[in-house]
Design a protein around this ligand. Sequence first.
Ligand code: SAM
Ligand code: SF4
Length: 330
Amino acid sequence: MQAPLMDRFGRLHDNLRISVTDRCNIRCFYCMPEEGGQYAPRQEILSFEEIARFTRVAAGLGIRKLRLTGGEPLGRKDLHKLVGQLMGIEGIEDIALTTNAVLLGAQAKALYEAGLRRLNIHLDTLDREKFRQITRRDELPRVLESIEIAQRLGFGPIKLNAVAIEGLTEEDVVPLARFGRERGIEVRYIEYMPLDSQGLWDRRRVLTMDEMLERLRGEFGELEAVLEQDPRAPATEFRYGDGGGRVGFIASVSKPFCLNCNRIRLTGDGKLRYCLFAIEEMDVKGLLREGDDAAIEAAIRENLLRKWIGHEIGAARFVPPPRPMYAIGG
Ligand code: SAM
Ligand code: SF4
């Protein structure tokens, strides 16, 4: 029996986020540049076999929950085959997918049959023109159609990830909440984080959880904090007083949740990261291609021992990570 994955601050880690690609089919301005972008050469991206091997080793150290992300994970051909491989790994209890859903409609059935159930679908607005403005692509109809298809197939829980930007998405908070309430989908508003590739982030553009709560209360009445939630989950959740389900906030900027962090990350090009905002990374691609499992285990433990107590977005000394969101894996 291996010792659990514990960092220097006593935080137990059982959660792994796997980025399967740094490429994306849309161009959200808070993540990607409008044109180009520096992608890793294809041979640098981990194969499904390498990802599965890494996961097997990590599961032996106590990793139980996986999230596949990117870039856009559905841009990776035959992603359902990876899901199938990961589902079969001993110890893995849960797999979720974070996607912009543009390609989900076409792949939903294969993913469902591979065993995937949990989806986080990225949707910031229901306004087609604003969607185009944010993502620089006119794909809202396909995203909405994908949500319908996924619900019809029986995926669940489905959550919506909505990045919240001051001066841009205030008017979308209530319509998105209504959309979620009508469909039994929890909306999670994500505070804008300094992870864009063009250095556009500005603290004043963060639409905070408190501001959004006020808008939601104005429309739907009282919202109660959910007390029985998993303290290690990143979202702060609330329940509509009228029985309309739940709504959540990833308040990374206004209320950081680092003290409860249980996550490690693997980038598409095989780098280990102990935090979304980490400045340093540790290569495991070389070990996956040439080393033995013991070396991979040692790398995971060593990386975790370097983990800091938390990011300091609010502090003057904060330094954004050298790679943008799409390259790290959100
Ligand atoms: N392409 C997929 C998607 O958009 O869901 C998966 C990768 S994306 C990097 C993961 C999540 O990061 C998205 O759901 C998006 O909401 C969030 N995100 C991207 N850039 C962000 C930023 N600068 N601040 C806050 N959230 C961001
Ligand atoms: Fe693509 Fe997701 Fe980044 Fe948007 S947030 S550009 S969908 S990787």
